[in-house]
Design a protein around this ligand. Structure first.
Ligand code: UDP
Length: 143
């Protein structure tokens, strides 16, 4: 399979728990490479725009409030089958349903504060990457 890119957020709860490095280690151990990364404190407008598809859902205001409650790490991961592999590493949306050893089983407290985000398909990955990064910020590995 060809190399694929996916988009990841380490959410404010996981940044507060000081597990950025532990989460990066899971990505790298699974063969995913970090090709762009930055720490941001999302504005309300940025969080609302990112989660626009959920704007009619009852949890939307709480989600935006949570996502703006502290800094996040955003990154682009590259590897074979990256979208699916990253979703597998994250585990189910609700940590109660997340398989043992997944990020959400290990670091998420609830479905509302669930530690990480990952694109659910290649098309959404492209859109989400472009929301946070310019093409020039994506660093190709040359060696
Ligand atoms: N979410 C929430 N309450 C819910 C369902 C979802 O706060 O009852 C939030 C949660 O942070 C989740 C995000 O909305 O990660 C997006 O939901 P989706 O179903 O797309 O899950 P994901 O793709 O993040 O696993």
């Amino acid at each position: 399979m060809a190399l694929e890119r996916t988009f990841s957020i380490i959410k404010p709860d996981a940044v507060a728990k000081n597990v950025i490095g532990a989460i990066y280690n899971r990505f790298e151990s699974a063969g995913l490479r970090i090709v762009a990364a930055k720490m941001l404190h999302l504005s309300q407008e940025q969080a609302e725009g990112f989660y626009a598809e959920h704007s009619a859902r009852p949890f939307f205001a709480a989600l935006v409030s949570f996502m703006t409650s502290g800094p996040v790490m955003v990154q682009v991961l590259e590897g074979e089958d990256a979208v699916r592999k990253h979703r597998e590493i994250m585990g189910a949306t609700n940590p109660k349903d997340a398989a043992a050893g997944t990020l959400r089983a290990d670091y998420a407290a609830s479905i509302d504060e669930n530690a990480v985000h990952g694109s659910d398909a290649s098309a959404s990955a492209a859109r989400e990457i472009a929301y946070f990064f310019t093409e020039a910020e994506l660093c190709a590995r040359t060696r």
